[in-house]
Design a binder for this molecule. Structure first.
Ligand SMILES: Cc1ncc(COP(=O)(O)O)c(C=O)c1O
Length: 416
């Protein structure tokens, strides 16, 4: 018989395995100071490209004022209890109304966290007779929601409509027997590649197959579409998206999330969404703060314009300088380099310590062996000088990498 504590200490998991070398630097780093493009890391200012503060709202003075005033008025507790029992308020309902109107849906429900909300929405919408069809590169919250499903689930190749159609055919055959339905799930913007989900393509398949479509637009809300309403607006398919989710953790620079759709379906979710029914409602400062953020997104188009000015300069500059940035059509900017995991650590150290640039790195096993992705998130508060400085630094880093300067053995020999 095993002891549970002994078991987990023997296998710390794929990321936990690197705790000794990585903790505090590559993982769990501490970015200090005001949130923005310049933050302190390891006691020194770095140019920071690692936060999803797309519109720069985290530190917007009007946002900070609204947050502070709401906290002073209400404290962090009010309202106590779950929404259904004792935790409802007019501002909670007002925010739901305004979010629904902004994304072009009839109704919306607030969620305390995006991850838990998505899990719970999937859990509430399907039963064992239903079939889920979902994109293979879906975020962990979708994957984990699908894991809760007692019925069949079919993955289609990322954004591949032929594969999606094949899975819809399989699903259709099953539900014709079971009497269930089909729930298709994808994302508006994929947070690693920056690819937009092929919403238009999936919507087109509605002409041939019967299903309901749920999208996670965490990265698209505030950044995509004419008004910033998201990727569905960008692709002109708002009416065909049946349930639309986004989090407050990105463009809104806060905590919380929402799902929007037809009122009758959201009423069902209000009374069946376990992540909300069995959890305390969002504290008032988060609700009032979200109302202010939404007002700014609606009324200050210059925030999104600034974001896209930086996105376009960064992405076209990187491409011109010969960098591979994949197929992004959104602000998410992955810079793909070729190298080993060991080289990625030396390269990141050089970038942070000698070029004073901080960004996220992604390596095997998240992406194929031999690739290193430096993931840049441009924001409305970066400047064109930040872009130039970064492209110059990246060019040097890439040259060093090609010249074998981050080769682990070489570096160790040189240090001896
Ligand atoms: C695509 C996507 N969905 C959902 C979430 C989870 O949202 P939250 O941080 O509100 O739990 C994230 C990350 O924040 C995300 O990137």
């Amino acid at each position: 018989m095993a002891d549970i504590f002994e078991k987990v200490m023997k296998n710390m998991g794929p990321l936990g395995a690197h705790i000794k070398e990585a903790h505090g630097y590559f993982t769990f780093p501490k970015l200090e100071g005001e949130i923005g493009p310049k933050m302190i890391f390891n006691g020194k200012e770095k140019l920071n490209w690692s936060l999803n503060n797309y519109l720069g709202l985290a530190n917007h003075p009007e946002v900070r004022k609204a947050d502070a005033e709401a906290a002073a008025t209400y404290g962090m507790a009010y309202p106590m209890g779950a929404r259904m029992m004792s935790g409802n308020s007019n501002p909670h309902e007002q925010l739901e109304k305004e979010l629904a109107a902004f994304v072009g849906k009839e109704d919306a429900i607030l969620l305390n966290f995006g991850y838990q909300g998505v899990l719970s929405i999937i859990d509430a919408m399907v039963d064992r007779h239903d079939v889920i069809v979902y994109d293979a590169e879906s975020h962990a919250c979708i994957v984990d929601g699908v894991r809760l499903h007692a019925g069949h689930r079919f993955q289609f190749k990322h954004n591949d409509m032929e594969s999606c159609e094949k899975q819809l055919q399989r699903a259709t055959r099953l539900v014709e027997k079971s009497g269930g339905g089909i729930f298709v799930i994808t994302e508006g913007v994929f947070g690693m590649s920056g690819n937009q989900g092929n919403l238009k393509g999936i919507v087109e398949l509605k002409k041939k197959y019967k299903f309901r479509l749920f999208i996670d637009d965490a990265h698209g809300f505030g950044t995509m579409g004419k008004t910033g309403a998201g990727t569905a607006e960008e692709q002109g398919v708002t009416n065909e998206i049946d349930l639309l989710f986004s989090t407050f953790a990105k463009s809104m620079a806060s905590i919380g999330a929402f799902v929007a759709g037809p009122k009758a379906i959201l009423d069902y979710l209000r009374y069946n969404l376990r992540s909300q029914i069995y959890a305390k409602s969002l504290p008032m400062p988060l609700v009032i703060g979200a109302l202010k953020r939404l007002e700014l997104i609606r009324t200050r188009p210059e925030l999104k314009e600034n974001l896209w000015k930086i996105v376009n300069a960064l992405q076209s500059g990187l491409r011109k300088a010969g960098f591979e940035i994949g197929t992004t059509s959104t602000p998410v900017t992955p810079v793909v380099l070729n190298g080993t995991v060991a080289e990625s650590t030396h390269l990141t150290f050089d970038l942070r310590e000698n070029f004073d640039i901080f960004c996220s790195i992604v390596v095997y096993p998240v992406i194929p062996k031999g690739q290193i992705i430096l993931r840049l998130i441009p924001t409305a508060v970066h400047t064109l000088e930040d872009v130039d400085r970064t492209i110059k630094a990246f060019t040097e880093i890439k040259n060093n990498l090609s010249a074998g300067k981050y080769n682990h053995d070489k570096l160790m020999n040189a240090a001896l």
